[in-house]
Design a protein around this ligand. Structure first.
Ligand code: GLU
Length: 264
């Protein structure tokens, strides 16, 4: 697959992490969220089908109450219950500026492991797509307990992309792609523009934690990449700080890291 072929991808799942839409305090970064809504609305106008997987519920709860990051599961679940409503309120506001309708879907792991629930989820999602709605997905953090939990939205977005039969998954992050070594520790680390095989060594090297308010890191992104490319869907990791990054990826620009779909 060539980068330019990404232009043909119609159904796109975009995942944004907590740090892409909130400040480190958890307060919503209005500029970034507005830019995201504008860019996705414009792609939608151009004929693409958009599904957004958004983190930030716990972060937004922390920001709203001005409290420290949660130290246990109950606090995390309570903060997510506060923040999720706030997130959707802001998304609704920004997307409606561009005449877009949004829907919320909060999922748990059994939405993918239980065939009936999975089919229900797919039916609803396909109906929403047909209605021209942008569905915004997060984990249902408030009720998720260990057996029901994804824990990170990278894995969730990969399962959503597979379930939605998407043509492309774009994961936006505070890092601009996969490097050959940790760029925070090694100034000469180089970005890898394209990955055709995710090796165990890559996975091992990626085992560092993300930020205080999010659950993922490069390891969970590679896990997502493995999952999604095995479903024949390409995935791109790119930096949310790059201007117009989603459009640029969708137009086939060589930006971030492209994980090639596994051809069967
Ligand atoms: N679902 C969590 C939230 O919305 C985030 C999980 C993650 O950081 O991947 O806050």
């Amino acid at each position: 697959m060539k980068r330019l072929e990404l232009r043909e991808c119609k159904r796109i799942v975009v995942k944004v992490g907590t740090s892409s839409i909130t400040y480190p305090t958890g307060k919503i970064n209005l500029g970034k969220m507005e830019a995201l809504a504008r860019e996705l609305s414009d792609l939608h106008n151009a004929g693409r089908e958009i599904i957004l997987t958004s983190s930030g519920a716990v972060g937004a709860g922390v920001g709203k109450l001005n409290v420290p990051p949660p130290s246990n599961l109950q606090e995390k679940q309570a903060l997510a219950a506060i923040g999720q409503g706030l997130l959707m309120h802001m998304y609704e506001k920004f997307f409606s500026e561009y005449s877009k309708s949004v829907a919320q879907a909060l999922l748990t792991r059994d939405c993918f492991s239980d065939p009936e629930r999975h089919q229900n989820f797919r039916n609803t999602l396909f109906t929403l797509i047909k209605l021209g709605v942008i569905t915004i997905i997060n984990e249902n953090d408030t009720v998720a307990v260990d057996e029901l939990k994804f824990g990170d939205n990278d894995t969730l977005s990969a399962m959503v992309a597979a379930g939605a039969e998407a043509d492309l998954l774009i994961i936006l992050s505070d890092i601009d792609g996969l490097y050959d070594s940790d760029p925070r520790q090694n100034a000469s680390a180089r970005l890898i523009p394209e990955v055709s095989e995710i090796t165990d060594t890559m996975m091992e090297n990626a085992k560092a934690k993300g930020s205080a308010l999010s659950s993922g890191g490069m390891y969970t992104k590679l896990t997502a990449a493995r999952l999604v490319t095995q479903s024949c869907i390409p995935m791109v990791i790119a930096s949310s700080a790059e201007p117009n990054v989603i459009r640029r990826v969708a137009e086939g620009e060589s930006i971030g890291t492209l994980f090639l779909p596994v051809t069967k």
